[in-house]
Ligand binder design. Structure first.
Ligand SMILES: Nc1ncnc2c1ncn2[C@@H]1O[C@H](COP(=O)(O)OP(=O)(O)OP(=O)(O)O)[C@@H](O)[C@H]1O
Length: 281
């Protein structure tokens, strides 16, 4: 269950539906997810994967590319370019509805972003492969500060965040993608209209993080603790919030919720006595 992201639900679901139902798409669907850490970008990419392929992210028809992990050495860019191109081509050859997820797009070297550009474009075939039914999802933290600024203003003015519309963010996200580091290739993607939707992931409030704690407790078989205010508050208080003045948003979204909840669970579990623990060691 996705919490606190009304724009994401709306745009992503409809964009994918429209792409799937289009008999004759002119280009692949390209979604650019923006927002602070832990706001759900990877989570939504995973939901899309799970709803498309039985094996979800483990499917052979999905490529999950993590810039810093897959392409760590700046001296090997030419090698990486060939590798990336082959990865994309062989995957789309197997299934024309393949999904390509680029995590940390902002850390992807310019030349590699340039190398994926033809795949996003209005070509009927590249090296004999038709990409027009595939989906590309670009994830980045870029624009996160601006998204937080807009959401905070709404919060401080006392309006519900659900009233925020995509248009409130789109121009800023485009400008950010243009102007920041790595912006040259990104700006080419934008000016050629290759990115279909810029999707802002809003910073999560305490109430959303509380929902994440509840969801995790249920998953762990501890639904009994969901309404235990003292327990839930302990988990919530173990996370950081910003800005200093209002502490409106969680600095790590829902990212560290599982670990923090596990920690509090361990504290109330009287199963292992420390003497037993010593024996085991
Ligand atoms: N909006 C949300 N609703 C429900 N759960 C969420 C949400 N955001 C994050 N989570 C939970 O937190 C975990 C971490 O979030 P996720 O990896 O999607 O963040 P991210 O935005 O991709 O962060 P990063 O920029 O650091 O990669 C998810 O696996 C999910 O369990």
């Amino acid at each position: 269950m996705l919490f606190g992201q009304h724009l994401v639900k709306d745009v992503v679901v409809n964009a994918i539906k429209a792409h799937w139902h289009n008999e004759n798409p002119k280009k692949p669907l390209v979604l650019s997810f923006h927002g602070y850490t832990g706001s759900g970008k990877n989570y939504v990419a995973e939901i899309i994967a799970n709803n498309t392929f039985k094996q979800g992210l483990r499917s052979n028809f999905i490529q999950h590319i993590v810039a810093t992990n897959d392409f760590p050495d700046k001296n090997k860019i030419e090698e990486y370019k060939t590798e990336l191109r082959n990865r994309i081509l062989t995957t789309a050859q197997k299934c024309h509805r393949s999904i390509f997820i680029f995590d940390e797009t902002d850390k992807l070297p310019e030349q590699l972003l340039g190398a994926i550009k033809p795949f996003l474009d209005y070509y009927s075939k590249i090296s004999g492969v038709d990409f027009r039914r595939s989906i590309f999802i670009l994830l980045s933290n870029k624009g996160g500060g601006k998204i937080a600024e807009i959401t905070l203003k709404q919060y401080e003015n006392g309006y519900p965040r659900e009233q925020l519309r995509l248009e409130s963010f789109e121009r800023d996200l485009m400008n950010f993608s243009f102007n920041e580091k790595g912006g040259l290739q990104m700006s080419e993607l934008i000016s050629n209209h290759l990115i279909d939707h810029f999707i802002p992931f809003l910073p999560l409030q305490r109430e959303h993080v509380k929902s994440c704690v509840g969801a995790y407790l249920r998953k762990r078989g501890r639904a009994d603790l969901v309404s235990n205010v003292e327990f839930v508050e302990k988990v919530l208080n173990s996370l950081q919030y910003f800005p200093e003045s209002s502490k409106a948003f969680s600095s790590s979204g829902c990212k560290r919720v599982d670990a923090k909840t596990d920690l509090e669970l361990a504290k109330i579990r009287p199963l292992i006595h420390s003497s037993q623990f010593d024996d085991e060691l």
